[in-house]
Design a protein around this ligand. Structure first.
Ligand code: MN
Length: 350
Protein backbone atom coordinates (compact mmCIF):
# COMPACT_ATOMS: atom_id res chain seq x y z
CA UNK A 1 0.00 0.00 0.00
CA UNK A 2 3.04 2.30 0.25
CA UNK A 3 3.23 5.23 2.62
CA UNK A 4 -0.21 6.36 1.66
CA UNK A 5 -1.71 8.12 4.63
CA UNK A 6 -4.84 8.73 2.57
CA UNK A 7 -5.86 5.17 3.37
CA UNK A 8 -7.58 6.86 6.29
CA UNK A 9 -9.89 8.68 3.90
CA UNK A 10 -13.48 7.62 4.60
CA UNK A 11 -15.02 5.29 2.08
CA UNK A 12 -17.99 6.58 0.18
CA UNK A 13 -21.00 4.39 -0.51
CA UNK A 14 -22.10 4.72 -4.12
CA UNK A 15 -25.18 2.50 -4.08
CA UNK A 16 -27.54 1.50 -1.33
CA UNK A 17 -27.91 -2.18 -0.70
CA UNK A 18 -31.37 -3.48 -0.14
CA UNK A 19 -33.98 -5.63 -1.75
CA UNK A 20 -33.31 -5.73 -5.46
CA UNK A 21 -30.50 -3.16 -5.31
CA UNK A 22 -26.96 -4.09 -6.31
CA UNK A 23 -24.57 -4.59 -3.38
CA UNK A 24 -23.15 -1.30 -2.11
CA UNK A 25 -19.81 -0.25 -3.55
CA UNK A 26 -17.39 1.54 -1.28
CA UNK A 27 -14.43 3.47 -2.47
CA UNK A 28 -11.82 5.92 -1.31
CA UNK A 29 -12.96 9.47 -2.04
CA UNK A 30 -10.54 12.00 -3.48
CA UNK A 31 -8.88 13.84 -0.57
CA UNK A 32 -10.15 17.40 0.00
CA UNK A 33 -6.62 18.93 -0.25
CA UNK A 34 -6.33 17.46 -3.77
CA UNK A 35 -9.60 19.06 -4.86
CA UNK A 36 -8.42 22.34 -3.30
CA UNK A 37 -5.25 22.21 -5.45
CA UNK A 38 -7.38 22.02 -8.59
CA UNK A 39 -9.58 24.91 -7.45
CA UNK A 40 -6.85 27.23 -6.24
CA UNK A 41 -4.04 27.08 -8.80
CA UNK A 42 -3.72 28.27 -12.39
CA UNK A 43 -1.18 26.07 -14.17
CA UNK A 44 -0.67 22.30 -14.14
CA UNK A 45 1.93 19.91 -15.49
CA UNK A 46 0.57 16.36 -15.82
CA UNK A 47 3.15 13.58 -16.02
CA UNK A 48 2.95 9.84 -16.63
CA UNK A 49 5.42 6.96 -16.55
CA UNK A 50 7.91 5.94 -19.25
CA UNK A 51 6.41 3.80 -22.03
CA UNK A 52 3.00 5.21 -21.14
CA UNK A 53 0.01 2.90 -21.59
CA UNK A 54 -3.64 3.72 -22.25
CA UNK A 55 -4.31 4.44 -18.58
CA UNK A 56 -1.36 6.84 -18.22
CA UNK A 57 -2.26 8.74 -21.40
CA UNK A 58 -6.06 8.55 -21.03
CA UNK A 59 -6.13 9.62 -17.38
CA UNK A 60 -3.70 12.51 -18.02
CA UNK A 61 -5.74 13.79 -20.97
CA UNK A 62 -9.05 13.36 -19.09
CA UNK A 63 -7.72 15.38 -16.16
CA UNK A 64 -6.23 17.88 -18.62
CA UNK A 65 -9.65 18.38 -20.25
CA UNK A 66 -11.27 18.88 -16.84
CA UNK A 67 -8.68 21.50 -15.81
CA UNK A 68 -8.86 23.29 -19.16
CA UNK A 69 -12.63 23.41 -18.74
CA UNK A 70 -11.98 25.26 -15.48
CA UNK A 71 -9.85 27.83 -17.35
CA UNK A 72 -6.50 26.40 -16.22
CA UNK A 73 -3.26 26.17 -18.20
CA UNK A 74 -2.28 22.53 -18.79
CA UNK A 75 0.55 20.60 -20.37
CA UNK A 76 1.03 16.83 -20.43
CA UNK A 77 4.37 15.05 -20.83
CA UNK A 78 5.81 11.53 -20.77
CA UNK A 79 9.49 10.50 -20.63
CA UNK A 80 9.09 8.32 -23.75
CA UNK A 81 6.53 8.56 -26.58
CA UNK A 82 3.10 6.93 -26.14
CA UNK A 83 1.97 4.12 -28.49
CA UNK A 84 0.98 5.15 -32.04
CA UNK A 85 -2.75 5.20 -31.29
CA UNK A 86 -2.55 7.95 -28.67
CA UNK A 87 -2.81 10.57 -31.42
CA UNK A 88 -6.47 9.52 -31.85
CA UNK A 89 -7.32 10.56 -28.29
CA UNK A 90 -9.08 13.89 -27.92
CA UNK A 91 -6.67 16.43 -26.45
CA UNK A 92 -3.56 14.73 -27.89
CA UNK A 93 -2.24 18.24 -28.61
CA UNK A 94 -1.83 18.74 -24.84
CA UNK A 95 1.07 16.24 -24.95
CA UNK A 96 4.36 18.06 -25.45
CA UNK A 97 8.07 17.36 -25.37
CA UNK A 98 8.61 20.90 -24.05
CA UNK A 99 6.59 20.82 -20.84
CA UNK A 100 5.30 23.93 -19.17
CA UNK A 101 8.04 25.76 -17.27
CA UNK A 102 7.37 26.65 -13.63
CA UNK A 103 3.85 25.21 -13.28
CA UNK A 104 2.01 25.85 -10.00
CA UNK A 105 1.22 22.15 -9.61
CA UNK A 106 2.88 18.99 -10.99
CA UNK A 107 0.84 15.80 -11.00
CA UNK A 108 2.24 12.30 -11.41
CA UNK A 109 -0.31 9.82 -12.79
CA UNK A 110 -0.31 6.00 -12.89
CA UNK A 111 3.28 6.03 -11.69
CA UNK A 112 4.19 4.00 -8.60
CA UNK A 113 7.58 5.65 -8.16
CA UNK A 114 8.59 9.10 -9.38
CA UNK A 115 11.86 7.65 -10.68
CA UNK A 116 9.68 6.24 -13.49
CA UNK A 117 9.24 9.85 -14.65
CA UNK A 118 12.87 9.50 -15.78
CA UNK A 119 14.22 12.84 -17.09
CA UNK A 120 10.96 14.57 -16.11
CA UNK A 121 11.51 13.78 -12.41
CA UNK A 122 13.26 17.15 -11.87
CA UNK A 123 10.40 19.07 -13.50
CA UNK A 124 8.08 17.25 -11.09
CA UNK A 125 10.21 17.92 -8.01
CA UNK A 126 10.72 21.61 -8.84
CA UNK A 127 7.00 22.43 -8.83
CA UNK A 128 5.90 24.19 -5.63
CA UNK A 129 2.91 21.87 -5.28
CA UNK A 130 3.01 18.18 -6.18
CA UNK A 131 0.53 15.36 -6.09
CA UNK A 132 0.39 11.71 -7.11
CA UNK A 133 -2.68 9.92 -8.39
CA UNK A 134 -2.19 6.17 -8.73
CA UNK A 135 -3.58 2.67 -8.20
CA UNK A 136 -0.47 0.47 -7.99
CA UNK A 137 -0.16 -1.70 -4.89
CA UNK A 138 3.54 -0.78 -4.88
CA UNK A 139 2.86 2.99 -5.03
CA UNK A 140 5.14 5.07 -2.84
CA UNK A 141 3.82 8.51 -2.03
CA UNK A 142 6.59 11.12 -2.14
CA UNK A 143 4.53 14.27 -1.50
CA UNK A 144 2.00 15.67 0.94
CA UNK A 145 -1.16 15.18 -1.07
CA UNK A 146 -1.55 11.74 -2.64
CA UNK A 147 -4.57 9.92 -4.00
CA UNK A 148 -3.58 6.26 -4.18
CA UNK A 149 -6.22 3.53 -4.25
CA UNK A 150 -4.99 0.05 -5.23
CA UNK A 151 -8.62 -1.09 -5.41
CA UNK A 152 -9.28 1.19 -8.38
CA UNK A 153 -9.05 -0.78 -11.62
CA UNK A 154 -7.40 2.16 -13.41
CA UNK A 155 -6.32 5.73 -12.74
CA UNK A 156 -9.09 6.63 -15.20
CA UNK A 157 -11.58 5.54 -12.50
CA UNK A 158 -9.90 7.90 -10.01
CA UNK A 159 -10.20 10.78 -12.50
CA UNK A 160 -13.92 10.00 -12.78
CA UNK A 161 -14.25 10.14 -8.98
CA UNK A 162 -12.43 13.52 -9.00
CA UNK A 163 -14.68 14.83 -11.78
CA UNK A 164 -17.77 13.78 -9.80
CA UNK A 165 -16.47 15.29 -6.54
CA UNK A 166 -15.66 18.56 -8.37
CA UNK A 167 -19.13 18.62 -9.99
CA UNK A 168 -17.52 18.95 -13.42
CA UNK A 169 -19.32 17.66 -16.54
CA UNK A 170 -18.44 14.32 -18.15
CA UNK A 171 -17.90 15.80 -21.63
CA UNK A 172 -17.56 13.51 -24.69
CA UNK A 173 -13.79 14.24 -24.71
CA UNK A 174 -13.33 13.35 -21.04
CA UNK A 175 -15.60 10.30 -21.40
CA UNK A 176 -13.50 9.07 -24.34
CA UNK A 177 -10.21 9.46 -22.43
CA UNK A 178 -11.55 7.79 -19.26
CA UNK A 179 -13.09 4.90 -21.21
CA UNK A 180 -9.77 4.47 -23.05
CA UNK A 181 -7.89 4.36 -19.72
CA UNK A 182 -10.21 1.81 -18.11
CA UNK A 183 -10.65 -0.39 -21.19
CA UNK A 184 -6.91 -0.73 -21.80
CA UNK A 185 -5.97 -1.25 -18.13
CA UNK A 186 -8.58 -4.01 -17.75
CA UNK A 187 -7.59 -5.67 -21.06
CA UNK A 188 -10.99 -4.65 -22.41
CA UNK A 189 -12.77 -5.94 -19.32
CA UNK A 190 -11.05 -9.34 -19.18
CA UNK A 191 -8.44 -8.91 -16.41
CA UNK A 192 -8.92 -9.58 -12.68
CA UNK A 193 -9.14 -5.82 -11.97
CA UNK A 194 -12.42 -5.58 -13.92
CA UNK A 195 -14.87 -4.63 -11.16
CA UNK A 196 -18.34 -3.13 -10.90
CA UNK A 197 -17.02 0.43 -10.69
CA UNK A 198 -14.94 -0.03 -13.85
CA UNK A 199 -17.99 -1.32 -15.73
CA UNK A 200 -20.36 1.32 -14.31
CA UNK A 201 -18.01 4.22 -15.08
CA UNK A 202 -17.33 2.79 -18.55
CA UNK A 203 -21.07 2.58 -19.23
CA UNK A 204 -21.45 6.23 -18.16
CA UNK A 205 -18.59 7.15 -20.50
CA UNK A 206 -20.24 5.37 -23.44
CA UNK A 207 -23.54 7.13 -22.63
CA UNK A 208 -21.62 10.44 -22.57
CA UNK A 209 -20.09 9.89 -26.01
CA UNK A 210 -17.15 7.44 -25.79
CA UNK A 211 -17.12 5.27 -28.93
CA UNK A 212 -16.41 1.81 -27.47
CA UNK A 213 -15.98 0.01 -30.79
CA UNK A 214 -13.77 2.76 -32.26
CA UNK A 215 -11.51 2.74 -29.20
CA UNK A 216 -11.18 -1.06 -29.27
CA UNK A 217 -10.37 -0.96 -32.99
CA UNK A 218 -7.80 1.82 -32.56
CA UNK A 219 -5.96 0.07 -29.72
CA UNK A 220 -6.31 -3.71 -29.96
CA UNK A 221 -8.26 -4.18 -33.22
CA UNK A 222 -5.38 -3.12 -35.41
CA UNK A 223 -1.67 -3.54 -34.76
CA UNK A 224 1.33 -2.43 -36.83
CA UNK A 225 3.04 -5.12 -38.92
CA UNK A 226 6.22 -4.59 -36.86
CA UNK A 227 4.29 -5.60 -33.73
CA UNK A 228 2.99 -8.78 -35.37
CA UNK A 229 6.45 -9.81 -36.59
CA UNK A 230 7.96 -9.05 -33.17
CA UNK A 231 5.21 -11.04 -31.43
CA UNK A 232 5.76 -13.95 -33.84
CA UNK A 233 9.43 -14.08 -32.88
CA UNK A 234 8.61 -13.87 -29.16
CA UNK A 235 6.01 -16.65 -29.32
CA UNK A 236 8.30 -18.90 -31.38
CA UNK A 237 10.90 -18.63 -28.61
CA UNK A 238 8.62 -19.53 -25.64
CA UNK A 239 10.26 -21.83 -23.11
CA UNK A 240 8.99 -23.63 -20.01
CA UNK A 241 10.85 -23.66 -16.69
CA UNK A 242 10.29 -25.09 -13.19
CA UNK A 243 8.31 -28.12 -14.37
CA UNK A 244 6.28 -25.99 -16.75
CA UNK A 245 5.03 -23.66 -14.02
CA UNK A 246 6.88 -20.73 -15.60
CA UNK A 247 6.52 -19.72 -19.25
CA UNK A 248 9.19 -17.29 -20.42
CA UNK A 249 10.24 -15.59 -23.61
CA UNK A 250 12.67 -12.93 -24.74
CA UNK A 251 12.53 -10.00 -27.15
CA UNK A 252 16.15 -9.15 -27.89
CA UNK A 253 17.71 -6.18 -29.69
CA UNK A 254 18.09 -8.54 -32.69
CA UNK A 255 14.34 -9.24 -32.59
CA UNK A 256 13.52 -5.51 -32.56
CA UNK A 257 15.91 -4.95 -35.48
CA UNK A 258 14.66 -7.91 -37.53
CA UNK A 259 11.01 -6.83 -37.05
CA UNK A 260 11.77 -3.15 -37.75
CA UNK A 261 10.09 -2.55 -34.39
CA UNK A 262 10.44 0.06 -31.68
CA UNK A 263 9.74 -0.45 -27.97
CA UNK A 264 6.05 0.48 -28.23
CA UNK A 265 5.62 -2.46 -30.64
CA UNK A 266 6.34 -4.87 -27.75
CA UNK A 267 3.21 -3.68 -25.90
CA UNK A 268 0.71 -6.49 -25.39
CA UNK A 269 3.01 -9.42 -26.20
CA UNK A 270 2.82 -10.55 -22.56
CA UNK A 271 -0.99 -10.67 -22.85
CA UNK A 272 -0.72 -13.25 -25.61
CA UNK A 273 1.76 -15.33 -23.63
CA UNK A 274 -0.65 -15.45 -20.69
CA UNK A 275 -3.22 -17.21 -22.91
CA UNK A 276 -1.34 -20.48 -22.30
CA UNK A 277 -3.24 -22.59 -19.74
CA UNK A 278 -1.88 -24.36 -16.65
CA UNK A 279 1.00 -21.94 -16.08
CA UNK A 280 1.64 -20.18 -12.76
CA UNK A 281 3.85 -17.31 -13.92
CA UNK A 282 4.32 -15.66 -17.33
CA UNK A 283 7.56 -13.77 -17.98
CA UNK A 284 8.76 -11.52 -20.79
CA UNK A 285 12.35 -10.25 -21.01
CA UNK A 286 12.49 -7.23 -23.30
CA UNK A 287 15.76 -5.60 -24.39
CA UNK A 288 15.69 -2.05 -23.07
CA UNK A 289 17.60 -0.06 -25.66
CA UNK A 290 21.08 -1.48 -25.02
CA UNK A 291 22.82 -4.80 -24.67
CA UNK A 292 22.55 -6.32 -21.20
CA UNK A 293 19.73 -4.01 -20.14
CA UNK A 294 16.33 -5.69 -19.74
CA UNK A 295 12.78 -4.75 -18.91
CA UNK A 296 11.06 -7.75 -17.33
CA UNK A 297 7.26 -8.16 -17.24
CA UNK A 298 5.54 -10.62 -14.88
CA UNK A 299 1.96 -11.90 -14.93
CA UNK A 300 0.46 -14.40 -12.49
CA UNK A 301 -2.73 -15.38 -10.73
CA UNK A 302 -0.73 -17.47 -8.23
CA UNK A 303 2.05 -15.29 -6.80
CA UNK A 304 2.11 -11.58 -5.88
CA UNK A 305 3.95 -10.12 -8.88
CA UNK A 306 4.36 -6.66 -7.29
CA UNK A 307 6.01 -8.24 -4.25
CA UNK A 308 8.45 -10.20 -6.40
CA UNK A 309 9.15 -7.19 -8.66
CA UNK A 310 9.99 -5.11 -5.57
CA UNK A 311 12.83 -7.53 -4.77
CA UNK A 312 14.36 -6.44 -8.09
CA UNK A 313 13.65 -2.73 -7.59
CA UNK A 314 10.41 -2.66 -9.61
CA UNK A 315 6.73 -2.68 -8.77
CA UNK A 316 3.19 -2.95 -10.09
CA UNK A 317 0.06 -4.87 -9.22
CA UNK A 318 -0.44 -8.29 -7.62
CA UNK A 319 -1.30 -9.87 -10.97
CA UNK A 320 0.92 -7.73 -13.23
CA UNK A 321 4.26 -6.12 -12.43
CA UNK A 322 7.68 -5.39 -13.87
CA UNK A 323 11.24 -4.37 -13.18
CA UNK A 324 14.51 -3.52 -14.94
CA UNK A 325 17.66 -5.63 -14.86
CA UNK A 326 21.21 -4.93 -15.94
CA UNK A 327 23.48 -7.81 -16.92
CA UNK A 328 23.38 -10.78 -19.26
CA UNK A 329 20.15 -12.52 -20.13
CA UNK A 330 21.47 -15.80 -18.70
CA UNK A 331 22.23 -14.19 -15.31
CA UNK A 332 18.97 -12.27 -15.13
CA UNK A 333 16.92 -15.30 -16.06
CA UNK A 334 18.70 -17.46 -13.49
CA UNK A 335 18.17 -14.90 -10.70
CA UNK A 336 14.51 -14.57 -11.52
CA UNK A 337 13.96 -18.33 -11.76
CA UNK A 338 15.71 -18.79 -8.39
CA UNK A 339 13.41 -16.18 -6.85
CA UNK A 340 10.37 -17.82 -8.47
CA UNK A 341 11.38 -21.26 -7.18
CA UNK A 342 11.43 -19.61 -3.75
CA UNK A 343 8.01 -17.92 -3.88
CA UNK A 344 5.93 -20.39 -5.89
CA UNK A 345 3.68 -22.40 -3.56
CA UNK A 346 4.80 -26.01 -3.19
CA UNK A 347 2.78 -28.38 -5.34
CA UNK A 348 1.13 -31.31 -3.62
CA UNK A 349 1.44 -34.60 -5.52
CA UNK A 350 -1.91 -36.13 -6.38
MN1 MN B 1 -2.90 1.99 -14.61
Amino acid sequence: MGNNDKSQTPKTPTAKSGSGDPPAEHYMSPPAPLLALFQTHASFLLLGHENPDGDAVGSALALGHMLRGMGKQVSVAFPTPPPDWWAHMPGAEMVTEQPLQAPDVAISLDCDDISRLDHLTDAYLQAPYRTEIDHHTSARCSCEVCYIDPEASAVGVLIHRILTAMHRPLTPEIATCIYWAIATDTGFFRFANTNAEALRVSAQCVAAGAHAHGIARATVGSRPLAHLILKGRALADLKQYLDGRVLLTVVSMQDFAAAGANRTHAEGIIDDIRLAPDVDVYVLFKAAGANDCWQVSLRSGVIDCAELARRFGGGGHAQAAGFSLDGTLADGRRHLLDALADVLPKQTDE
